[in-house]
Design a protein around this ligand. Sequence first.
Ligand code: SAH
Length: 210
Amino acid sequence: GSGTTSTDARARMVQRQLRRRGIHDERVLDAMGAVPRERFVPEDQRRRAYRDGALRIGEGQTISQPWIVACMAQLLELDGDETVLEVGTGSGYAAAVLSLLCAEVVTIERYESLARQAGATLAELGYANVEVLVGDGARGAPDRAPFGGISVTATAKDQPPPALVGQLAPGAALVCPVARGRREHLIRLRDGAEEAIAAVRFVPLVSDED
Ligand code: SAH
């Protein structure tokens, strides 16, 4: 049945797109092998769900390439007991992956339609430790802070939103794509130190804070 097909497609994805390209955290690889990505994309995109690329999910937004989702999750170096903040719920796929790596995920999406759809998919699949909020994720979720990791899945201009940096627990990492001039890079911030990880393309972070 289709269950077997998607299990096989996932195993191939983990091997070819992730393991071979430097994703080494076994917990992350297990999570990527477990979440049914096809359930997070529109019906007409399902046969493309395990391709090595991003896919359209509506409202001009995209679900990130599997490698990017795995890379960002790996960079957070989660132990399992953290509360993680995600900015940019989109389809809910990355939130589902993160939910298998920590205690709780709080994820914020600015489009109510996407948040509602993502919440429904996550509930249907039984990801009970994910809370989907609608709003401007650049402000974070001050009442839930500090976070043991923050993942921003839309590109900020120059720097990660300062409000988010202030909601990190000591030693916790924030991963965020930033645009500087014409360059767009994924960066990791931890205890005030920044590392550039890889050149990336995300949709822009749209915030009232600008
Ligand atoms: N993580 C998603 C992909 C996200 S695409 C997944 O796994 O499917 C980026 C998302 O960020 C889009 O849905 C976009 O609407 C959202 N977004 C952009 N700016 C935002 C903001 N300020 N607050 C919350 N969400 C935002």
